[in-house]
Structures are given as structure tokens and as C-alpha cells.
Design a protein around this ligand. Sequence first.
Ligand code: PLP
Length: 355
Amino acid sequence: MKKHNFYAGPSILSEYTIKNTAEAIKDFAGTGLSILEVSHRSKEFVAVMDEAQALVKELLEVPEGYHVLFLGGGASMQFCMVPYNLLKKKAAYLETGTWATNAIKEARLFGEVDVVASSKEANFTNIPKNYVVPDDVDYFHFTSNNTIYGTEMRYDPDVKVPLVADMSSDIFSRPVDVSKYDVIYAGAQKNLAPAGVTIVIVKEDALGHVDRAIPTMLDYRTHVKKGSMFNTPPVLPIYSALQTLKYYKELGGVKEMERRDLAKAELLYEAIDSSKMFVGTVAPEDRSIMNVCFVMKPEYDGLDKEFIDFASTKGIVGIKGHRSVGGFRASLYNALPIESVKVLVDAMKEFEAKH
Ligand code: PLP
């Protein structure tokens, strides 16, 4: 049976990415070797790294003066690398979910952290508004998409200080004004590649201003200087990332991805809003187009498992909500076809009609 993959991450990748990765596992670039067994210093892999960096720059229109890095350690590693490299005295953070909370915790190890606003009291069901980012902070950090709670900031905030964003779960789903940022980082395992690599886009001028000693591997300058080849990079995920980037370019770039993502999200939110059984958990204006969170209305309490089992008979996988929210979460990443969303919507309607 055809599967419809709504997992939050690792998650669905394009057929193009999977097919080309599988081929390269057998024979990489005509070398007669698997991508799993070639040197990262081989000219064939160096070409992969160069092209992947160039395509990130092209797709996100990264201006001059920025570097694109492919690092290990996950997005979680960036929670400490960012303040290690950028926090001189004080930084501002917006607390919009678990990942933001984790980033705040790490930043506190390096200096003063001003949490300008938090939606924790509302179980992170909205994005705080009317907060003020002081002018004297080194940067303002936010999580553009809250994978667990399904809220999203689909804009580059207007503040007087440089931005830093965790875009792990919505990178390549909209154009971004990179010039407003000192650092953008994103774990690959949603909109890009298998787990194991993190994209970091870092502004050259933002580096070298802290007094503290930085361990070599945690210093962005190490990786900038060596083109992400200071140590052995995650070769396979980078190869897969290149396939996804080529696929995005072929389809028309991030504007086209955004158009598709908006259409998918609209379809599902419309079904939720017109349902007598399901209800969304997030303030409508802050809804994520990547992770759609919803629950059963109280009068249908206790039917969660039955719905998940019913959906699985249609090939639907990965819709169980995160344990801190409950209910359901359908992740509609770039690679998910709108047909899968239609199957989910039909399943919701059919289940509702039965009860
Ligand atoms: N930030 C966001 C928004 C995430 O969704 C995740 C993981 O799902 C992380 C950070 C943590 O990423 P990693 O597991 O790559 O450290």
C-alpha cells in the first residue's frame, strides 16, 4: 500500500533524493565505489560539497559576506555554538517552544539572556506579540517554526539588532531576507536530508568579536576556513542534501515550494475548521504550514487511537501528536505531495461520518 508520511522528523524526502542517494550508495559519480566508502577529500565529493553550498546560496539568495557550512552535531549543537561565537554580553531570545527553551538554556552559560517574551503559559499555542527587543543586545534569537506545537513565524522580524534563527523545520519553505541575520541554522532532517548534518549560514563580519577562547570544533571560523572539511563531514547526508537542493531548483525554487506548502496547509486547516470532530490547537494567525496540530473536540474524547488506527488503514503514518501536546500532528514538509493531504482529509471526513 502507498504510504503517506506525516512524520515530524526525520521525515519524508523527495523521491528524487531517495533514488539518487540509493544509486550513489551503489556507485557514486562513476567512481565504481559507494558514496559510503569514498574519501571526503576525493575530487568527486569536493564537487558535491561545493555544489551544495552554491545551491543553498542560490536558493536563499544569500548575499556576499556569508558562508554556508555543513556541520555535524544537529541543530542542538547550534544552541551552544551561537552564543559561544556571538554572545559578548547580552542576547535576546523569544521563547516559543521547547527548542527555543533549549537554546535559551545554553545561551545562559555564556552571558546575560533577555527572554523578551514567552508563550509558555499558553502551552506555546501562539507567537507572542508586542515584545520589545532592546537595542543593546548582540543578537535576537527566535525559532521560526515550532515543530512540536505547530506555530510559525513566516517573516524576518524587524528589529534593530542582527537576527539569529533556528529554521530547522521550515527552511526552504519561503524566501528569507538573509541580510538581516548573523546566523541561520537548520538540522537537515525535515526539509533537506537524512539526519546527521546541519546547515549553518553565517555572516563573516559577525565572527571574531568575543573575548572567550572557543574550542576548535565549536568555532565557526574553523569550519569557514576549511570549507566544512576541517574534520570528516557527514558525507552521505550532504550528498542527499545536494539532491534535494537540485530538486528544489528544478521545481522553481523556494517561492514555488512556498506556493505548494501554502496550498497543502490551507487544505488541511480548512478540513479541521469545518469539522465537528477535530479542532486546531494553535491561534489561527500563528499556524504553521509545516506542522499542523489538532485534537478531538471534548465530546469525542477517547477516540484518538481509533482514528490513528483507522488512518493507518489508508497508508497514513506519523500523525500522532507530540507527547507534550497530544492529539495529532500532520507534518507537511516540502516533499509531501498534496495527494497525501487529500488522503488525510478524506480519512478525517470518513471517520467523522462513522461517529
Ligand atoms: N530545532 C527545531 C525547530 C527542531 O524541530 C529540532 C528537532 O526536531 C531541533 C531544533 C533539534 O534538532 P537536532 O535533533 O538536529 O539537534
